[in-house]
Design a protein around this ligand. Sequence first.
Ligand SMILES: [Fe+2]
Length: 121
Amino acid sequence: MSVGRSHKPRFDGDTPPNGPVAEIDRTLQALESYAMVHFFEEERLMARCGYIKMKEHAQEHQDFTAQVGKVRKIFRTNPLICGPKILTYLSSWLIRHVKDSDSAAGAAILSSIKKDGNLAS
Ligand SMILES: [Fe+2]
C-alpha cells in the first residue's frame, strides 16, 4: 500500500471507525432518520387539510431523503472531497425548502385549521 493511499480516510463496512468521519456519518444518519419522521408528520398534516401541492411537496421530501442516503454512501468512501459539497447541498436545500415549500404548506394548513378547526382530531 502506498503512503498516499494509507492516508486516505475510508471505511468499507456498515460500521465506520471512530473519529470525525464517523461522527459526520452518524450525524448524516441521524439527519436521514429525523427527516423521515418530520416529513411523515408534515405530509400527514398536508393530507388532512387537502393541500393541493402535497404531491410535489412529498416528492421534494423523497428526493431529499434519497439524496442524503446517496451522499452518505459517497461520503463514506471519500469524505475529504465530499464533505463541503454535502454541507452546501444540505444548507441550500433546507433554506429553500423551508422558505418556499414549507411556508406555503404551513399557510395552507393554518388556513384549513381556521376554516375547519383542529386537524389533530
Ligand atoms: Fe416539507
